[in-house]
Design a binder for this molecule. Sequence first.
Ligand SMILES: Cc1cc2nc3c(=O)[nH]c(=O)nc-3n(C[C@H](O)[C@H](O)[C@H](O)COP(=O)(O)OP(=O)(O)OC[C@H]3O[C@@H](n4cnc5c(N)ncnc54)[C@H](O)[C@@H]3O)c2cc1C
Ligand code: SF4
Length: 520
Amino acid sequence: MELDYDFIIIGSGFGGSVSALRLSEKGYKVLVVEKGKWYKAKDFAKTNWNIRKWLWIPFFRCFGIMKLTIFRHVAIISGTGVGGGSLVYANTLPVPKSDFYNTGSWKELNNWEEELIPYYATAKKMLGVTRNPKLFSGDFELKQLAKEMGKEEEFEHTNVGVYFGEENVTAKDPYFKGQGPDRKGCVFCGGCMTGCRHNSKNSLDKNYLFLAQKNGAKIMAENEVYDIIPLNNEDGSTGYKIKLRSSTKLFKEKKTFTTKGVVLSGGVLGTIKLLLKVNKKSLPRLSDRLGGDIRTNNETLISVSKLDRKEDVSKGIAIGSILHTDDNSHLEIVRYAKGSGFWKLFHLPYTTGSNAFIRILKMIGSFIKAPLSYLKIYFVNNWSKSTIVLLFMQSIDSKLKFKRNVFGRMSSSISSGKRPSPFIPESIKLAKKYKNITKGKETSFALETLAGIPSTAHILGGAVMGKDRKHGVIDKNNQVFGYESMYIVDGSMISANPGVNPSLSITAIAERAMDQISAK
Ligand SMILES: Cc1cc2nc3c(=O)[nH]c(=O)nc-3n(C[C@H](O)[C@H](O)[C@H](O)COP(=O)(O)OP(=O)(O)OC[C@H]3O[C@@H](n4cnc5c(N)ncnc54)[C@H](O)[C@@H]3O)c2cc1C
Ligand code: SF4
């Protein structure tokens, strides 16, 4: 039987884009199916008040690049669109410390630290990783904090995937010997997380996906895969039937394609949701570990707003600097572009404590003590011009499990370690010190104050590696246990806590996985 494709890739984020390029280079006929829209530089929202272009809420006809999903134990932001999370992400691409390679369910499968060295090098080259050349207000205060802590050597400019050519000047492809698209030098506008309107961010549509298309890979946007059925109804050795439907049209037009192989790259929220849906009926051989070992990177996000109206912290790239505060933790300075004040609608004065009632009383107390300051933050000052978000991350582990509940929706439960908390003592101390330096006021996402639910942009795991299907969902080469020519290549394959922004690691591990597949 002749099949439509050699490989269908579900999702076009970091894992999906690497897979598309490498499989098309190996001579395979490739289709990439992407739920989100195809955005060009000029199409991105000017500020995040344009929620139709910024947020993905199909029910309200909002087809933007960022999705917010709230679970009982964590609120997750993730990316959608051709290029996945790279459209909305903050470009920061660090290499994790040793612990990452020597912990978790993958530790005995390989000497990962050594094995991945060449793949990190390729990933850095492809994503154009370079040191942020300029610091601005917000970064300087982090440097001051480092000094006060006696940790000046631990302060760094971030390594990012941005083109820093001459500001606002178009240049011929600087990365792929003229085979890539033209680019423009970054203007340090701070708008990376609403989508770069200046063609400076090295999002995946400008590298991996661009080159994959040149090799003949087809990208089908605005379609969501909802079922994967082995053609022989067993192990998929004769191929798969992939069912998709429109994700943006009111009347959901459906299509079916056949393929020899499948790469699941829908990110944790896409891949795990899809597999939990089909594992009872279409893919019953999947490991029982599916949905387990979900990690949040132990993150907290605390905003600090300066009170002087003349201050402008929105200048710079989204994450300009980083401070390694101890062996397990670090702090990054995050900003939005001038005018992008949408988040203030969901921010409350920052308080901590294990009991919601006490937190609310403390919050009212903070407001009563400084009403004018809070009124200024919410009603007078330009929120993004005066506000820095402190992103704190830790490599210490706590794990969740995702499962499908009786209503057919994905839900979370604790699988091991402590419940993830937005109130991590180290981050509380650091935010206080930073606030004192800036003479500002702290606020945080309302869910943290009211419900004690932390937020993360870095959800990982759910289809981790193991030596067999009892210990993992995939093997060390990303092949799914129980099925032939089926791979999981995205954040859900991450089998330990990197403790840093994960996209470079996802790219490197994806490069390795694709290297194991022989040419057609
Ligand atoms: C605001 C923000 C800032 C961030 N900043 C950073 C940063 O600075 N550095 C960093 O390393 N990371 C950052 N991240 C995290 C980073 O974006 C993710 O870790 C990364 O994108 C995950 O890559 P992935 O390969 O797992 O898939 P993703 O990039 O999440 O892509 C998955 C794609 O699959 C699509 N999809 C899902 N299900 C289906 C389906 N059934 N059918 C078709 N398509 C589907 C989705 O629409 C999406 O486009 C940030 C995230 C956010 C939201
Ligand atoms: S700072 Fe502005 S120009 Fe530079 S990458 Fe971010 S959005 Fe693009």
